[in-house]
Write a protein that binds this ligand. Sequence first.
Ligand code: FAD
Length: 440
Amino acid sequence: MAIQVTEVGDASDLLSELRAWLSENWDADITVAEWWNRLGLAGWSAPGLPSHAYGRGVARSVAVQIAQEIASFGAVGAPDGLGLLLAAPTIADHGTSEQIERFVRDIVTGQKAWCQLFSEPGAGSDLAGLTTKAELDGDEWVFNGQKVWTSGGQIADIGMLIARTAPDAPKHQGISYFALAMHQSGVDVRPLREMTGHALFNETFLTDAHCTRDDLIGQLNNGWAVANTTLGYERSGLGTGGSARGVSVVPGTVAGNLERRVGDFVAPAGERPRRAPSAGQRAQAYELFVGLAKGNGKNKDPLIRQDLVRLFAFGELGRLNAERLKATRARGGDIAGMANISKLSMSSVMRLSRDLGFRIVGSQGMIHAYDSADNQTVTDATHNPFLAGVTMSALYAQAPSIYGGTDQIQRNIIGERVLGLPRDPGNDKDMPFSQLPKNA
Ligand SMILES: Cc1cc2nc3c(=O)[nH]c(=O)nc-3n(C[C@H](O)[C@H](O)[C@H](O)COP(=O)(O)OP(=O)(O)OC[C@H]3O[C@@H](n4cnc5c(N)ncnc54)[C@H](O)[C@@H]3O)c2cc1C
């Protein structure tokens, strides 16, 4: 049975309650599993979730303050990853109470890690064009098809899977949403190496993979609405920079962290920052680059100074937009398209940071340690301790303008749904999916 906690409006009372709770419950000598059990069941792992789903029903800004408070106390924060960011809020919105108990509890306590099985080789921006089939066989759903770009698939216990359940319905109306156990013979996860040298994501092959009827999240053939809930949480989570957790630890049965001593994941008291950075400070990546420019003797270069000011302006715009949204929501309103705008802004900041970083480190930017084990060798050769961070984030800077919906798709959404511009012409909204023309 999920805990029942009163919805909270006053953050200062809540933060005092949290500090008292941390003093009583944080113990560096217990396991990560036991710590997350305490944190999650007390409603502190995902305080933004409603009270019937292991949360406290607080606004996102308050949830960020809670995460910062846990970090500045010196405790390990909530489990990292897509379970907490996407699956838990989606299941809280669309799942049954039995599913909340079965899935959300294991997410907030870090027992299970999740991945997102949405994109396919032929269905990314046009996600509703997916072709992975789900067929009912007795009491089981059986899946066949291929997913791609599955971030964290290699360490996931469960996947948020969308598949086609009614091929003769129009494409958005024949999709359903499932929780799929990843550790079964019908699921084959193959890592894909990226330009950074790492393998963050995978391709996932489903060959007679299966789940039970109870693993359908939301109504049959209503998976498009459920998937859009997940995508909404993805955009707002990514646009605000994800979590504010100080120490992030990977949850689930595969990563191997659950039985480790939790205190081993935090820095000793003297080496910790006294306070986690505020939302405003975090938004200002420019501070990091001012330091980088000074460290590399480039802080007097007028072109670099111009870009630093651009970065500052982006940070300020993000902060002011967040304040504007907070004030509007406090009055019961909303600002359409804000999640899309935040995400667009985040990918611009990443690109600007990439260019600025390269300009500051100059020709050394051509040297990258594709294996993190070689970082030290690069540092020793270049005498530049910042270089590995600069090249890694520069090579990763292409990703945010693609994942969670590309920049072009965010602009389409703003154009069509916020500004009321005409949609792309097409007959794919009403025609049965099985009759739509497809690539060979
Ligand atoms: C780092 C990373 C992690 C990811 N993690 C996951 C994950 O965990 N799970 C998951 O399911 N997916 C994940 N994705 C996939 C991501 O959601 C897709 O890559 C994205 O939706 C784009 O799809 P696509 O790659 O098929 O590109 P396409 O849809 O083929 O697009 C190609 C180009 O055409 C443009 N384009 C397409 N349609 C339009 C249009 N209507 N108007 C204007 N321009 C258009 C796009 O903007 C893009 O520039 C991840 C991607 C990245 C980069």
